[in-house]
Design a protein around this ligand. Structure first.
Ligand code: NDP
Length: 480
């Protein structure tokens, strides 16, 4: 079975312990490769390699960094099909999705931050004819990037590329559940000629490899995407060491549908915003609120569409719903369906492990599930499920739906469907969320600030926000 390797100091190396653990293909429920079980020694080697590379990498010009990051982007693009297939097998997502979303976005992330490096600028302030202040934005040093399993290469590169573009050296860890495309990225970086030690990738478990990156005194900033509980632990560990922190955490996003919306467009998008990637996107709208005059029509047509989604082998053309990422995750999602029933919910469709014949008969498939009849404040509607499960709740008034939407501890994204422009502005202003989409969903412009409020995290990624995060400001004041 293939053994993945860490990428340290420009080389592919085994973990210091020599220990590996199994990497499971969730669509067949069987191991297909081995993951390095890295720990404190591997992280120390990676931080050391990054520290050695930093003086020279941080002094390269933005143009030099642009050239090399563009090379990485081009090689990812040339290998799009292989990477998409690898992502599909590692994660369980439909190949069509990996091909159209995950890998193209990894290409864009490197391209975007390659060009951002040459456009990034700092401020200058002239003070009443006696002095001038200018702000230097200098790379921080060695930074840590830790990413989750739902959009593996997409989110991994979303962190690494701005960190490198800003002149930092990186120690990164992908999720142990989906390490394959991060491993393939290390091969791509070698081919692109990224200098040794500039990017180091350490594989392993969160509590072992991940926690050691957070704890290491040589790592000056942590960019983390993952669950709120892990984010809390990282914040507690990093705060006394005054590490810079960017935390992109969980969500429980509302999808608010007013009766005056464009019904067909809303319906089409709501099927995607509910079940794309098996509902395992932090931006999925898992709480659907429908204005009462539309509720009957919506429930009927939405459930029909959902029943028509094809669950099956992620490698097959035409599959809409692949496997969820792991057996424990499948059990977690199904336990929430049971909870919803206990809380008085009615399952309109789905609710069970899906039977998929042939090659995937032991895979971790969950039927897309739609539940109604729950109160906004029950556990099913308050806790993050992060799977193919949505609830539908009716509302009568704008104020009422805002109070439901804002009643959760999270505040990542939200979607509003209406043709009333004034209402769109009003509702957007009053939603407690870092991102509001009106009459669209997951419509991303990489220049915009990305992140959440409340327990969905702190800090913003995207555009120059990420370059600001990955640099330290220094003000220089010169009298004349
Ligand atoms: P986790 O928090 O379990 O893991 C995220 C990453 O952190 C993984 O690489 C994990 O490693 C690692 N990790 C786990 N424990 C520690 C630790 N103590 N110290 C350092 N690193 C650690 O999240 P999931 O992977 O389960 O991802 C799902 C979550 O991510 C959901 O809550 C989802 O909402 C959120 N998310 C948020 C996004 C956003 O932009 N706000 C985007 C996408 C997802 P390992 O996997 O090896 O345990």
């Amino acid at each position: 079975m293939q053994k993945l390797l860490n990428y340290v100091g420009g080389e592919l190396v085994s973990p210091a312990s020599g220990e590996y653990f199994e990497n499971i293909d969730p669509s067949i429920g069987e191991p297909y490769s081995m993951i390095p079980d890295s720990g404190i020694e591997d992280v120390a080697l990676a931080v050391n390699a990054a520290g050695k590379a930093f003086p020279s990498w941080s002094r390269t010009s933005p143009e030099e960094r642009y050239e090399i990051l563009m090379r990485v982007s081009r090689i990812i693009e040339e290998n799009l099909e292989d990477l998409a297939r690898a992502e599909c097998i590692d994660n369980g997502k439909p190949l069509s999705l990996a091909r159209s979303v995950d890998i193209p976005r990894a290409v864009s992330n490197f391209k975007f931050y390659a060009t951002a490096a040459i456009h990034f600028a700092s401020e200058s302030h002239s003070s009443a004819g006696s002095s001038i202040n200018y702000t230097l934005r200098q790379p921080i040093g060695v930074v840590g990037c830790i990413s989750p399993w739902n959009l593996p290469l997409y989110l991994f590169t979303w962190k690494i590329s701005p960190a490198l573009a800003a002149g930092n050296c990186v120690v990164a860890k992908p999720s142990e559940v989906t390490p394959m495309t991060a491993f393939l990225l290390s091969e791509i970086c070698i081919e692109a000629g990224l200098p040794a030690g500039v990017l180091n990738i350490v594989h392993g478990t969160g509590p072992n490899a991940g926690a050691e990156i957070v704890k290491h005194p040589g790592v000056k900033a942590i960019s983390f995407t993952g669950g709120t509980a892990t984010g809390e632990w990282i914040a507690r560990e990093a705060a006394p060491k005054f590490k810079k922190l960017s935390l992109e955490l969980g969500g429980k996003n509302p999808n608010i549908i007013f009766a005056d919306c464009d019904f067909d467009e809303m319906l089409e998008t709501t099927v995607r915003s509910s079940f794309a990637n098996q509902g395992q996107i932090c931006l999925c709208g898992s709480r659907i609120f429908v204005e009462r005059p539309l509720i009957e029509q919506f429930c009927g047509e939405f459930v029909e569409r959902v029943k028509g989604l094809k669950i099956g082998d992620p490698l097959e053309t035409g599959t809409n719903v692949g496997a969820v990422v792991s057996e424990p995750h499948m059990e977690k999602v199904l336990s929430y369906v049971e909870l919803a029933k206990e809380e008085g919910g009615t399952v309109l469709t789905g609710g069970k492990r899906a039977d998929v014949n042939g090659r995937c008969s032991n895979g971790y498939f969950v039927e897309p599930t739609v539940i109604e009849g729950l109160e906004h404040d029950c556990r099913t509607n308050q806790e993050e499920i992060f799977g193919p499960v949505v609830t539908i709740q009716p509302f009568d008034e704008e104020e009422e739906v805002l109070s439901y939407a804002n009643s959760v501890r999270y505040g990542l994204s939200s979607t509003v469907w209406t043709s009333d422009l004034k209402r769109a502005h009003r509702v957007a202003e009053n939603l407690e969320a870092g991102i509001v989409w009106v009459n669209t969903w997951m419509n991303r412009d990489l220049r915009t600030p990305f992140g959440g409020v409340k327990d969905s995290g702190m800090g913003r990624e995207g555009g120059f926000e990420a370059l600001r995060f990955f640099t330290e400001e220094k003000n220089v004041c010169i009298a004349y």
